[in-house]
Write a protein that binds this ligand. Structure first.
Ligand code: ATP
Ligand code: BTN
Length: 328
Protein backbone atom coordinates (compact mmCIF):
# COMPACT_ATOMS: atom_id res chain seq x y z
CA UNK A 1 0.00 0.00 0.00
CA UNK A 2 2.71 2.50 1.03
CA UNK A 3 4.67 1.53 -2.09
CA UNK A 4 1.64 2.15 -4.37
CA UNK A 5 0.98 5.56 -2.78
CA UNK A 6 4.62 6.60 -3.12
CA UNK A 7 4.80 5.44 -6.74
CA UNK A 8 1.64 7.44 -7.45
CA UNK A 9 3.13 10.55 -5.84
CA UNK A 10 6.39 10.15 -7.81
CA UNK A 11 4.42 9.96 -11.09
CA UNK A 12 2.41 13.06 -10.17
CA UNK A 13 5.51 15.05 -9.19
CA UNK A 14 7.82 13.83 -11.99
CA UNK A 15 7.26 16.68 -14.47
CA UNK A 16 8.12 19.31 -11.86
CA UNK A 17 4.61 20.72 -11.41
CA UNK A 18 2.93 21.51 -8.05
CA UNK A 19 0.94 18.67 -6.50
CA UNK A 20 -1.70 19.47 -3.89
CA UNK A 21 -1.59 17.31 -0.75
CA UNK A 22 -5.33 17.76 -0.31
CA UNK A 23 -6.13 16.60 -3.86
CA UNK A 24 -3.72 13.68 -3.69
CA UNK A 25 -5.27 12.59 -0.40
CA UNK A 26 -8.76 12.67 -1.95
CA UNK A 27 -7.60 10.72 -5.03
CA UNK A 28 -5.92 8.03 -2.93
CA UNK A 29 -8.49 7.94 -0.12
CA UNK A 30 -6.02 8.91 2.63
CA UNK A 31 -5.52 11.98 4.83
CA UNK A 32 -3.35 15.01 4.06
CA UNK A 33 -1.22 14.08 7.08
CA UNK A 34 -0.64 10.65 5.59
CA UNK A 35 0.39 12.27 2.28
CA UNK A 36 2.82 14.48 4.18
CA UNK A 37 4.38 11.40 5.83
CA UNK A 38 4.81 9.74 2.43
CA UNK A 39 6.43 12.91 1.04
CA UNK A 40 8.90 12.80 3.97
CA UNK A 41 9.70 9.20 3.09
CA UNK A 42 10.34 10.22 -0.54
CA UNK A 43 12.69 12.98 0.63
CA UNK A 44 14.57 10.34 2.67
CA UNK A 45 14.93 8.27 -0.49
CA UNK A 46 16.79 11.13 -2.15
CA UNK A 47 14.01 13.11 -3.88
CA UNK A 48 14.42 16.87 -3.58
CA UNK A 49 10.83 17.94 -2.79
CA UNK A 50 9.79 21.22 -1.19
CA UNK A 51 6.38 22.59 -0.24
CA UNK A 52 4.73 25.99 -0.68
CA UNK A 53 1.69 26.86 1.48
CA UNK A 54 -1.47 26.96 -0.63
CA UNK A 55 0.22 25.36 -3.64
CA UNK A 56 1.46 21.97 -2.48
CA UNK A 57 4.55 19.91 -3.14
CA UNK A 58 7.05 20.33 -5.96
CA UNK A 59 10.33 18.78 -7.08
CA UNK A 60 13.29 21.17 -7.31
CA UNK A 61 13.69 19.92 -10.88
CA UNK A 62 11.75 17.49 -13.10
CA UNK A 63 12.81 13.83 -12.96
CA UNK A 64 14.42 12.14 -15.92
CA UNK A 65 13.08 8.69 -15.15
CA UNK A 66 14.24 5.39 -16.57
CA UNK A 67 12.12 4.52 -19.57
CA UNK A 68 11.74 0.91 -20.64
CA UNK A 69 10.68 1.77 -24.20
CA UNK A 70 13.71 4.03 -24.74
CA UNK A 71 16.06 1.45 -23.26
CA UNK A 72 14.70 -1.34 -25.47
CA UNK A 73 14.84 0.87 -28.57
CA UNK A 74 18.48 1.72 -27.81
CA UNK A 75 19.40 -1.93 -27.23
CA UNK A 76 17.83 -2.97 -30.53
CA UNK A 77 20.03 -0.50 -32.42
CA UNK A 78 23.15 -2.29 -31.07
CA UNK A 79 24.56 -4.56 -33.75
CA UNK A 80 26.30 -6.71 -31.10
CA UNK A 81 23.19 -8.00 -29.33
CA UNK A 82 21.50 -10.89 -31.16
CA UNK A 83 18.71 -11.28 -28.59
CA UNK A 84 16.76 -8.47 -26.98
CA UNK A 85 16.48 -9.41 -23.30
CA UNK A 86 13.35 -8.91 -21.25
CA UNK A 87 13.66 -5.66 -19.27
CA UNK A 88 11.66 -4.61 -16.20
CA UNK A 89 11.94 -1.11 -14.79
CA UNK A 90 10.84 -0.63 -11.19
CA UNK A 91 10.39 2.58 -9.31
CA UNK A 92 10.85 1.32 -5.74
CA UNK A 93 12.32 -2.09 -4.96
CA UNK A 94 14.22 -3.76 -2.10
CA UNK A 95 17.12 -4.99 -4.25
CA UNK A 96 17.19 -5.73 -7.98
CA UNK A 97 19.30 -8.85 -7.26
CA UNK A 98 16.83 -10.10 -4.63
CA UNK A 99 13.91 -9.46 -6.99
CA UNK A 100 15.38 -11.71 -9.70
CA UNK A 101 16.55 -14.35 -7.17
CA UNK A 102 12.94 -14.61 -5.89
CA UNK A 103 11.83 -15.47 -9.42
CA UNK A 104 14.11 -18.51 -9.72
CA UNK A 105 13.92 -20.96 -11.35
CA UNK A 106 10.86 -20.72 -13.59
CA UNK A 107 9.90 -17.08 -13.88
CA UNK A 108 12.99 -15.81 -15.69
CA UNK A 109 14.35 -15.90 -19.21
CA UNK A 110 18.05 -15.88 -20.15
CA UNK A 111 19.46 -12.36 -19.92
CA UNK A 112 16.36 -10.93 -18.20
CA UNK A 113 17.05 -7.53 -16.65
CA UNK A 114 15.67 -5.69 -13.64
CA UNK A 115 16.40 -1.97 -13.26
CA UNK A 116 15.23 0.27 -10.43
CA UNK A 117 15.13 3.94 -9.53
CA UNK A 118 15.60 3.21 -5.82
CA UNK A 119 16.60 0.27 -3.62
CA UNK A 120 15.58 0.13 0.03
CA UNK A 121 17.93 -2.81 0.71
CA UNK A 122 20.69 -2.51 -1.89
CA UNK A 123 23.45 -5.01 -1.09
CA UNK A 124 27.20 -5.09 -1.57
CA UNK A 125 29.39 -8.12 -1.01
CA UNK A 126 29.24 -9.98 2.31
CA UNK A 127 26.07 -8.33 3.53
CA UNK A 128 27.37 -4.78 3.17
CA UNK A 129 24.93 -2.04 2.29
CA UNK A 130 24.84 -0.42 -1.16
CA UNK A 131 23.58 3.15 -0.77
CA UNK A 132 20.86 3.52 -3.41
CA UNK A 133 19.20 6.97 -3.60
CA UNK A 134 16.29 7.61 -5.96
CA UNK A 135 16.50 8.51 -9.62
CA UNK A 136 20.14 9.41 -10.20
CA UNK A 137 22.17 6.19 -10.23
CA UNK A 138 22.14 2.78 -11.91
CA UNK A 139 20.90 -0.35 -10.13
CA UNK A 140 20.81 -3.14 -12.67
CA UNK A 141 20.60 -6.93 -12.37
CA UNK A 142 20.70 -9.58 -15.08
CA UNK A 143 19.75 -13.26 -14.84
CA UNK A 144 22.13 -15.73 -16.50
CA UNK A 145 21.64 -19.49 -16.69
CA UNK A 146 24.84 -21.51 -16.23
CA UNK A 147 24.53 -24.73 -18.17
CA UNK A 148 27.88 -26.01 -16.91
CA UNK A 149 27.02 -25.49 -13.25
CA UNK A 150 28.56 -23.22 -10.65
CA UNK A 151 32.10 -24.07 -11.73
CA UNK A 152 31.36 -21.72 -14.65
CA UNK A 153 30.56 -18.88 -12.23
CA UNK A 154 34.16 -18.03 -11.32
CA UNK A 155 34.65 -15.50 -14.09
CA UNK A 156 31.25 -13.76 -13.86
CA UNK A 157 32.34 -10.90 -11.65
CA UNK A 158 35.41 -10.22 -13.82
CA UNK A 159 33.61 -10.26 -17.18
CA UNK A 160 30.90 -8.05 -15.66
CA UNK A 161 33.48 -5.51 -14.48
CA UNK A 162 34.88 -5.51 -18.02
CA UNK A 163 31.36 -4.97 -19.39
CA UNK A 164 30.98 -1.93 -17.11
CA UNK A 165 34.32 -0.66 -18.42
CA UNK A 166 33.10 -1.14 -22.04
CA UNK A 167 29.82 0.69 -21.40
CA UNK A 168 31.38 3.59 -19.47
CA UNK A 169 34.00 4.07 -22.18
CA UNK A 170 31.34 3.99 -24.92
CA UNK A 171 28.95 6.42 -23.23
CA UNK A 172 31.38 8.90 -21.66
CA UNK A 173 34.86 8.21 -23.07
CA UNK A 174 36.10 7.72 -19.48
CA UNK A 175 38.71 4.99 -18.82
CA UNK A 176 38.08 3.06 -15.62
CA UNK A 177 40.32 0.79 -13.55
CA UNK A 178 39.25 -2.62 -12.30
CA UNK A 179 39.97 -4.04 -8.88
CA UNK A 180 39.79 -7.80 -8.48
CA UNK A 181 37.27 -9.28 -8.00
CA UNK A 182 34.32 -6.89 -8.27
CA UNK A 183 35.07 -3.17 -8.18
CA UNK A 184 35.28 -0.42 -10.79
CA UNK A 185 37.32 2.69 -10.03
CA UNK A 186 38.09 6.06 -11.63
CA UNK A 187 41.44 7.61 -10.67
CA UNK A 188 41.70 5.18 -7.78
CA UNK A 189 38.23 5.92 -6.31
CA UNK A 190 35.23 3.57 -6.37
CA UNK A 191 32.64 4.23 -9.07
CA UNK A 192 30.74 0.96 -9.24
CA UNK A 193 30.55 -2.54 -7.80
CA UNK A 194 29.39 -5.96 -8.94
CA UNK A 195 27.45 -8.44 -6.82
CA UNK A 196 26.98 -12.02 -8.02
CA UNK A 197 24.29 -14.22 -6.46
CA UNK A 198 24.27 -17.92 -7.28
CA UNK A 199 21.98 -20.89 -6.88
CA UNK A 200 22.80 -24.46 -7.88
CA UNK A 201 25.49 -27.13 -7.71
CA UNK A 202 29.06 -27.33 -9.02
CA UNK A 203 28.33 -29.65 -11.94
CA UNK A 204 24.60 -29.21 -12.50
CA UNK A 205 22.78 -26.50 -14.46
CA UNK A 206 22.67 -23.47 -12.17
CA UNK A 207 21.49 -19.90 -11.96
CA UNK A 208 23.27 -16.62 -11.50
CA UNK A 209 22.12 -13.04 -10.95
CA UNK A 210 24.65 -10.36 -11.80
CA UNK A 211 24.08 -7.02 -10.05
CA UNK A 212 25.70 -3.75 -11.05
CA UNK A 213 25.55 -0.61 -8.93
CA UNK A 214 27.03 2.42 -10.66
CA UNK A 215 27.13 5.97 -9.33
CA UNK A 216 26.05 8.38 -12.02
CA UNK A 217 25.10 11.56 -10.17
CA UNK A 218 25.32 11.11 -6.42
CA UNK A 219 23.09 13.36 -4.28
CA UNK A 220 24.89 14.98 -1.32
CA UNK A 221 22.68 13.48 1.41
CA UNK A 222 23.25 9.95 0.09
CA UNK A 223 26.99 10.57 -0.27
CA UNK A 224 27.20 11.35 3.45
CA UNK A 225 26.08 7.78 4.18
CA UNK A 226 28.95 6.10 2.29
CA UNK A 227 31.82 5.08 4.54
CA UNK A 228 34.59 5.04 1.93
CA UNK A 229 35.78 7.29 -0.91
CA UNK A 230 33.46 7.21 -3.92
CA UNK A 231 33.03 8.97 -7.22
CA UNK A 232 30.27 9.31 -9.82
CA UNK A 233 30.50 9.25 -13.60
CA UNK A 234 28.83 12.62 -14.19
CA UNK A 235 31.70 14.38 -12.39
CA UNK A 236 34.09 13.05 -15.03
CA UNK A 237 32.05 14.05 -18.08
CA UNK A 238 31.53 17.44 -19.69
CA UNK A 239 28.23 16.48 -21.30
CA UNK A 240 25.10 15.50 -19.37
CA UNK A 241 24.95 11.71 -19.32
CA UNK A 242 21.67 9.97 -20.09
CA UNK A 243 20.68 7.19 -17.67
CA UNK A 244 18.60 5.39 -20.30
CA UNK A 245 21.52 5.36 -22.76
CA UNK A 246 23.91 4.15 -20.07
CA UNK A 247 21.47 1.42 -18.96
CA UNK A 248 21.01 0.21 -22.55
CA UNK A 249 24.80 0.17 -23.10
CA UNK A 250 25.37 -1.73 -19.85
CA UNK A 251 22.78 -4.33 -20.86
CA UNK A 252 24.22 -4.88 -24.33
CA UNK A 253 27.86 -4.88 -23.14
CA UNK A 254 27.07 -7.32 -20.32
CA UNK A 255 25.17 -9.59 -22.67
CA UNK A 256 28.04 -9.57 -25.21
CA UNK A 257 30.63 -10.37 -22.53
CA UNK A 258 28.49 -13.23 -21.19
CA UNK A 259 28.21 -14.73 -24.68
CA UNK A 260 31.99 -14.29 -25.19
CA UNK A 261 32.59 -16.02 -21.84
CA UNK A 262 30.29 -18.93 -22.72
CA UNK A 263 32.20 -19.46 -25.98
CA UNK A 264 35.80 -18.74 -24.95
CA UNK A 265 35.98 -18.50 -21.17
CA UNK A 266 38.11 -15.71 -19.72
CA UNK A 267 41.17 -16.42 -21.87
CA UNK A 268 40.31 -13.86 -24.53
CA UNK A 269 39.66 -11.20 -21.85
CA UNK A 270 42.90 -11.47 -19.87
CA UNK A 271 44.79 -8.80 -21.82
CA UNK A 272 41.91 -6.35 -21.46
CA UNK A 273 41.70 -7.06 -17.73
CA UNK A 274 45.44 -6.43 -17.36
CA UNK A 275 45.16 -3.14 -19.26
CA UNK A 276 42.58 -1.93 -16.73
CA UNK A 277 43.92 -3.62 -13.58
CA UNK A 278 44.16 -1.03 -10.78
CA UNK A 279 47.02 -2.86 -9.05
CA UNK A 280 48.92 -4.67 -11.82
CA UNK A 281 52.60 -5.01 -10.73
CA UNK A 282 51.88 -2.96 -7.62
CA UNK A 283 52.44 -3.82 -3.98
CA UNK A 284 49.13 -4.97 -2.44
CA UNK A 285 47.77 -6.57 0.68
CA UNK A 286 45.13 -9.26 0.72
CA UNK A 287 42.79 -9.22 3.70
CA UNK A 288 41.27 -12.56 4.73
CA UNK A 289 39.42 -11.93 7.98
CA UNK A 290 42.19 -10.90 10.40
CA UNK A 291 44.98 -12.25 8.17
CA UNK A 292 47.00 -9.95 5.90
CA UNK A 293 49.10 -11.30 3.05
CA UNK A 294 51.42 -8.84 1.33
CA UNK A 295 52.62 -9.31 -2.23
CA UNK A 296 52.76 -7.96 -5.76
CA UNK A 297 49.65 -8.15 -7.95
CA UNK A 298 50.36 -10.08 -11.15
CA UNK A 299 46.90 -9.86 -12.71
CA UNK A 300 44.50 -12.80 -13.03
CA UNK A 301 44.59 -16.29 -14.56
CA UNK A 302 42.09 -17.75 -17.03
CA UNK A 303 39.96 -19.07 -14.17
CA UNK A 304 39.55 -15.63 -12.70
CA UNK A 305 41.90 -16.17 -9.76
CA UNK A 306 44.07 -13.29 -8.55
CA UNK A 307 47.79 -13.91 -9.08
CA UNK A 308 49.76 -12.72 -6.10
CA UNK A 309 53.55 -12.86 -5.99
CA UNK A 310 54.64 -13.61 -2.44
CA UNK A 311 58.36 -14.11 -1.71
CA UNK A 312 59.06 -14.73 -5.40
CA UNK A 313 56.31 -17.37 -5.75
CA UNK A 314 53.02 -16.84 -7.62
CA UNK A 315 49.94 -17.85 -5.61
CA UNK A 316 46.49 -18.12 -7.22
CA UNK A 317 43.75 -16.70 -4.96
CA UNK A 318 40.26 -17.95 -5.69
CA UNK A 319 37.67 -15.38 -4.53
CA UNK A 320 35.57 -15.79 -1.41
CA UNK A 321 35.91 -13.75 1.77
CA UNK A 322 38.88 -11.69 0.63
CA UNK A 323 39.52 -7.99 -0.02
CA UNK A 324 42.39 -6.49 -1.96
CA UNK A 325 43.99 -3.18 -0.94
CA UNK A 326 46.92 -1.09 -2.18
CA UNK A 327 50.05 -1.16 0.01
CA UNK A 328 52.38 1.53 -1.30
P1 ATP B 1 36.10 -5.21 -1.18
O1 ATP B 1 35.14 -5.95 -2.03
O2 ATP B 1 37.48 -5.29 -1.70
O3 ATP B 1 36.03 -5.58 0.26
P2 ATP B 1 34.68 -2.68 -0.76
O4 ATP B 1 35.16 -2.13 0.54
O5 ATP B 1 34.38 -1.71 -1.83
O6 ATP B 1 35.73 -3.68 -1.38
P3 ATP B 1 32.22 -3.97 -1.31
O7 ATP B 1 31.47 -5.01 -0.56
O8 ATP B 1 32.74 -4.31 -2.65
O9 ATP B 1 33.41 -3.48 -0.39
O10 ATP B 1 31.27 -2.70 -1.49
C1 ATP B 1 30.42 -2.28 -0.46
C2 ATP B 1 30.99 -1.00 0.14
O11 ATP B 1 30.92 0.03 -0.84
C3 ATP B 1 30.20 -0.46 1.30
O12 ATP B 1 30.64 -1.02 2.51
C4 ATP B 1 30.45 1.05 1.24
O13 ATP B 1 31.69 1.37 1.85
C5 ATP B 1 30.63 1.27 -0.22
N1 ATP B 1 29.41 1.81 -0.87
C6 ATP B 1 28.12 1.65 -0.57
N2 ATP B 1 27.32 2.30 -1.41
C7 ATP B 1 28.14 2.87 -2.30
C8 ATP B 1 27.93 3.66 -3.39
N3 ATP B 1 26.71 3.99 -3.83
N4 ATP B 1 29.04 4.06 -4.06
C9 ATP B 1 30.28 3.75 -3.66
N5 ATP B 1 30.54 2.97 -2.62
C10 ATP B 1 29.49 2.56 -1.93
C1 BTN C 1 29.89 -4.13 -4.16
O1 BTN C 1 30.66 -3.25 -4.53
O2 BTN C 1 30.03 -4.79 -3.12
C2 BTN C 1 28.76 -4.54 -5.05
C3 BTN C 1 27.66 -3.53 -5.11
C4 BTN C 1 26.54 -4.02 -6.00
C5 BTN C 1 25.32 -3.13 -5.95
C6 BTN C 1 24.30 -3.56 -6.95
S1 BTN C 1 23.01 -2.38 -7.19
C7 BTN C 1 22.11 -3.53 -8.15
C8 BTN C 1 22.24 -4.85 -7.43
N1 BTN C 1 21.26 -4.98 -6.37
C9 BTN C 1 21.84 -5.04 -5.17
O3 BTN C 1 21.22 -5.14 -4.09
N2 BTN C 1 23.16 -4.97 -5.28
C10 BTN C 1 23.57 -4.86 -6.66
Amino acid sequence: MAKAVREHLIKALADGSFVSGQEMGEQLGISRTAISAHIKALINMGLDIFSVTGKGYKLSQPLLLLNKKKILALISTEATTEIIPEVEVHSLIDSTNDYLMRRLPNQLTQGQVCLAEYQSAGRGRRGRQWISPFGSQIYLSMYWYLEEGLSGAMGLSLLSALAVSDAVQAVSGVQVQLKWPNDIYIDGVKLAGILIDLEGQALEPSHSVIGIGLNLDMPEEAAAKIDQRWTDLQSHSETVLDRNALSAKLISCLHSRLVQYRKEGLTSMLDEWNEHDLYLNKQVKLLTGERITKGICKGINNQGALLLEVDGQIKAIYGGEVSLRGDE
